[in-house]
Write a protein that binds this ligand. Structure first.
Ligand code: PEP
Ligand code: CO
Length: 450
């Protein structure tokens, strides 16, 4: 393939001729061009070698040999780009991955919803408070969350700030992973107080003890600390929503003969932008990164088959991950038909379960929340349904934070609706807190480790 238009008419700007939903409308076109010009000249956030390494690991997961753990905030915020928050998020993801590795007996691919998860799709273009109607907040990459007219005007400079924040986050994460951060070996480093509050305390203690034993064992035979893994063992992902931003960081890599979106390793297409003829599908079909698509209750068999045909026409291993997010109440009636539809295409995908987005509800006081029990139930059902269908559930996708927030109810501490006010920090969707996230990993490990 040569640079520019390929045989199928794709080029990095070919999406401009399609309908692009969920995009900001900037008042100052010249300012946008200036920012995009800078973004396209600045160094990429990730490199194609890493992207290809991840694709290979996803291909292995598709064959049942690995498990994908993808997690992080619903939306990262620029204000929270600080060492404490980033380190805690990395810590919970690494600890969950150790618990899963132990329970599932498979290497875990660790992917953060991190270093670029700054743009959000919105169900309404405007928001009204009292008598005032303003454009919706679309994430820190686009506008500001305050409720004044000025805050909500899309500002192209925020793309530059987002690129910079993503670079700062990645730099810190890479340094932590490199420097042997998260000495997973020391139990005092794990905050396990919640275990005592669970009816499953005994089972959880067993898991923790045997992880500690196997780390000892592994270290004694390998002669080195377990965490001294390869340099890049942690990948970034975000929803590929803001197409101008994504396009500006898309490069042709001569060595490989392909285009890559180097703003992240692993972009996904959200539910609201998965129209087969829409701009997002057009843009993502031409880049070589591994891609994920969110699959919700509105998805049909034909639609899914068409998406697979457009996005992975050559059935390339590792290319496609399907993240289903039906909710505990709908997964049984929806997922089997999706598995059949994919099987009928003969195409290979990695199935992952997002047990968050189909289980969102509102409390009496109007807070968005999710119940731990529903999250767990959806994951359990997902494992069962895939097993019955003879397919492999090879991943989970969760919204979490390493902090002690109170956004989802339930878990070992039995958080109730009344507790939510204590530390509800999310600007968008409710996240599992540190304890709930670790507990979810233990439940999956316990279920599968039997
Ligand atoms: C999300 O992942 O935050 C999201 C908006 O998901 P979905 O597209 O599945 O609704
Ligand atoms: Co979300």
């Amino acid at each position: 393939m040569t640079r520019g238009h390929d045989q199928t008419g794709w080029h990095p700007a070919s999406w401009h001729s399609r309908k692009a939903v969920q995009q900001p409308s900037y008042p100052d076109a010249a300012a946008v061009e200036t920012v995009l010009g800078s973004l396209s000249r600045l160094p990429p956030l990730v490199v194609s070698g890493e992207v290809e390494a991840l694709k290979k690991q996803i291909a292995e997961a598709q064959r049942g040999h690995r498990f994908l753990l993808q997690g992080g905030d619903c939306a990262e915020s620029f204000d929270e780009c600080n060492s404490d928050r980033i380190a805690k998020k990395l810590k919970i993801l690494l600890q969950m991955s150790v618990v899963l590795l132990h329970g599932l007996k498979k290497p875990v691919i660790r992917v953060g919803r991190m270093a670029g998860q700054y743009a959000k799709p919105r169900s309404a273009d405007t928001e009204t408070r009292d008598a005032l109607t303003l454009p919706s907040y679309r994430g820190d990459l686009v506008n500001r969350n305050g409720f004044t007219a000025g805050d909500r005007v899309p500002d192209p400079q925020l793309m530059m700030r987002g690129y910079e924040r993503a670079a700062l986050t990645l730099n810190f994460v890479r340094a932590l992973v490199d420097g042997g951060f998260a000495d997973l070996h020391h139990p005092e480093y794990w905050d396990l107080d919640f275990v005592a509050h669970s009816p499953l305390a005994k089972q959880y203690r067993r898991i923790v003890e045997s992880i500690s034993d196997s780390l000892d064992f592994f270290e004694s035979i390998s002669g080195g600390p377990v965490h001294h893994t390869r340099r890049i063992d942690f990948y970034s992902s975000h929803e590929g929503l803001h197409l101008l931003y994504e396009q500006a960081q898309t490069r042709f890599i001569e060595l490989r003969g392909h285009w890559y979106n180097l703003s992240t390793h692993f972009p996904w297409i959200g539910m609201r932008t998965a129209d087969v003829d829409g701009a997002h599908v057009e843009f993502f079909r031409g880049i070589s990164n591994p891609l994920a698509i969110k699959i919700g209750p509105g998805m049909t068999a034909e639609w899914l088959q068409e998406l697979i045909a457009r996005l992975n026409p050559n059935n390339e291993p590792g290319r496609l991950t399907l993240i289903h997010r039906f909710g505990a109440g709908e997964i049984e009636s929806r997922l089997p038909a999706m598995i059949d539809a994919v099987r009928a295409t003969g195409s290979t995908v990695l199935w992952s379960c997002d047990p968050m987005h189909g289980n969102t509800e509102s409390t009496a006081s109007g807070l968005k929340t999710r119940r731990f029990d529903n999250i767990l139930k959806e994951v359990e059902l997902a494992f069962e349904i895939h097993q019955e269908a003879g397919s492999y559930l090879g991943g989970v996708h969760v919204e979490l934070t390493g902090d002690d927030v109170t956004e989802c109810t339930g878990g070992a501490r039995g958080l109730t609706d009344a507790d939510l006010a204590r530390a509800y920090m999310s600007q968008v969707d409710p996240r599992l807190n540190y304890e709930q996230a670790l507990e979810l990993a233990m439940r999956i490990a316990g279920l599968r480790g039997r």
